[in-house]
Write a protein that binds this ligand. Structure first.
Ligand code: DQA
Length: 150
């Protein structure tokens, strides 16, 4: 059974309360529950973690080495600023699917750049909470050898 870490970054603990017009009404607890349910249905062992701290997220990526087969990552605002997270992903060489609830390319210019995207398998954004499920399916297909992505 493939093991997947669903890792969320800063301010995502406030989903449901935080700017619902941008991020929707779904809470992080609901997203985590949906990921667990989808994992059970599709044969993935899911672990969910969230932190507001860059170093804790770096540690979580390091800990995924040898304990997880892939990562679904919503790095929140660190997406646009963190070379450390990008380096952590390169260091562990695990497949990462980058997720954003909102369409970052349709928002402020500073959100258009992702430091994660160049080291990710791919990026899913703009589909709200459903993006996490799409990311799990993309990762499962990749781990199954079913995609031509690197
Ligand atoms: C986000 C988009 C980021 O730009 C923002 O800083 C977030 C949430 C999203 O899921 O749409 O915190 O990652």
């Amino acid at each position: 059974m493939a093991r997947v870490l669903v890792l969320n970054g800063p301010n995502l603990n406030l989903l449901g309360i935080r700017q619902p017009e941008v991020y929707g009404a779904t809470t992080l607890e609901m997203i985590d529950a949906a990921c667990h349910a989808h994992g059970e249905a599709s044969g993935l062992a899911i672990t969910c973690r969230q932190s507001n701290h860059e170093g804790v997220l770096v540690d979580a990526i390091h800990e995924a080495r040898g304990t997880q087969d892939g990562i679904v990552l919503n790095a929140g605002a660190y997406t646009h600023s963190s070379i450390a997270l990008r380096d952590a992903i390169s260091s562990v060489a695990l497949p990462v699917v980058e997720v954003h609830l909102s369409n970052i390319h349709a928002r402020e210019a500073f959100r258009h750049q992702s430091h994660i995207a160049p080291v990710a398998l791919g990026q899913i954004c703009g589909f709200g909470a459903q993006g996490y499920i799409l990311a799990l399916d993309a990762l499962a297909a990749h781990l199954d050898g079913g995609t031509s992505a690197p």
